[in-house]
Design a protein around this ligand. Structure first.
Ligand code: UDP
Length: 317
């Protein structure tokens, strides 16, 4: 099989590349490196089955040769980027999804959209099943990401209905693991970097807001199963173990052996108070459920951060 992964130089995209190349497929990555990092693909540089195209997927797309699958993972995804990269986020979710769907149609490829739990916004239903329609503020700071992904889901369904494109939609909940950017701004990389440096760990709000954290290898497994399934409606992929941000921060301080203290800072606008996937659908239709326990996943992630200095850090030595 030959696949195109947009955003393949990013955190999740690069783990997908590893998996597909390992399985003997041919992989084309398209990425404009806005938040992705070419270093994430270093291992495949000389692999004849691997190709990198430095390109912005919001423009006209041309890829030589056949494609069996297109996985659309391109998008900045950290809330820390929502203000700075708002327009790019809206463009890649809207124009980029339109272009990649057009390419899927032209190539007769199956299309998988990386959607998000953010389509549920600040949810009024808990846990969140796929039928829940969400509580999103279109003009708030997070609206750029939430609405881009909601539009992308609609667009995928429209291409499915109108053009018969074979589409899949993964609603991805908080995912973590090696290759998250040190300066990504999300809770786990922030907490780990701060704890390893012995700095205060920044907990926003009162720290009682919850998330459920899924290790990246489990997510990759879920994506592969969804891709090979016949489920065209959205499927939640996440780890149904919910924890508060204060507990997460304390866990990370403990795992790093740090003496950092908690620093409570103001809660960002529209920050969801709770988030927990109902994964019944993934269990029933894909036979999927997460296998990596959060303590184990966090241990592996801390180890990676410990061994991997942030880019540019070598120059400062
Ligand atoms: N958060 C925090 N400290 C940080 C970064 C994030 O307390 O240094 C909180 C954030 O306010 C949110 C939760 O952690 O409630 C998860 O945030 P993240 O940016 O990881 O992703 P989100 O789930 O909000 O998209």
């Amino acid at each position: 099989m030959r696949m195109l992964i947009t955003g393949g130089a990013g955190f999740i995209g690069s783990h997908l590349c590893d998996r597909f190349l390992e399985e003997g497929h041919r992989v084309v990555v398209m990425d404009n490196l806005l938040t992705g990092r070419i270093e994430n693909l270093q291992a495949h540089r000389n692999n004849p089955d691997f190709e990198f195209i430095h390109y912005d997927v919001t423009g006209y797309l041309h890829v030589d040769g056949p494609l069996d699958f297109i996985l659309h993972f391109a998008s900045p995804a950290s809330p820390a980027d929502f203000e700075r990269l708002g327009i790019q986020i809206l463009k890649v979710g809207a124009l980029g999804t339109h272009k990649t769907l057009g390419l899927a149609r032209a190539k007769g490829a199956r299309f998988l959209l990386a959607s998000t739990s953010e389509v549920y916004g600040d949810p009024l239903v808990h846990p969140q099943g796929e039928d829940y329609r969400g509580n999103v503020n279109p003009v708030g700071l997070r609206g750029v990401y939430d609405e881009a992904k909601r539009f992308a889901e609609s667009m995928a369904m429209a291409y499915n209905r109108s053009h018969g494109v074979d589409t899949r939609i993964a609603r991805i909940f908080n995912t973590y693991g090696p290759r998250m950017r040190h300066d990504d701004g999300r809770a786990i990389p922030n907490f780990i970097t701060q704890a390893l440096a012995g700095d205060d760990v920044t907990v926003y709000g009162d720290g009682r807001q919850t998330r459920s954290i899924g290790y990246v290898s489990d997510l990759v497994d879920g994506i592969c199963r969804l891709m090979h399934s016949d489920v065209t409606t959205p499927v939640n992929l996440g780890n149904p173990s919910e924890l508060t941000m204060e507990i997460l921060a304390r866990k990370i301080i403990h795992l790093t052996g740090s003496r950092s203290r908690l620093d409570f800072l103001p809660l960002p606008e529209d920050d969801p108070k709770v988030r927990l996937p109902d994964i019944t659908k993934a269990r029933d239709l894909l036979g999927w459920e997460p296998r990596v326990d959060p303590d184990e996943g966090l241990r592996r992630t801390v180890e990676w951060f410990r061994q991997t200095p942030p880019p540019g850090a070598e120059d400062d030595r």
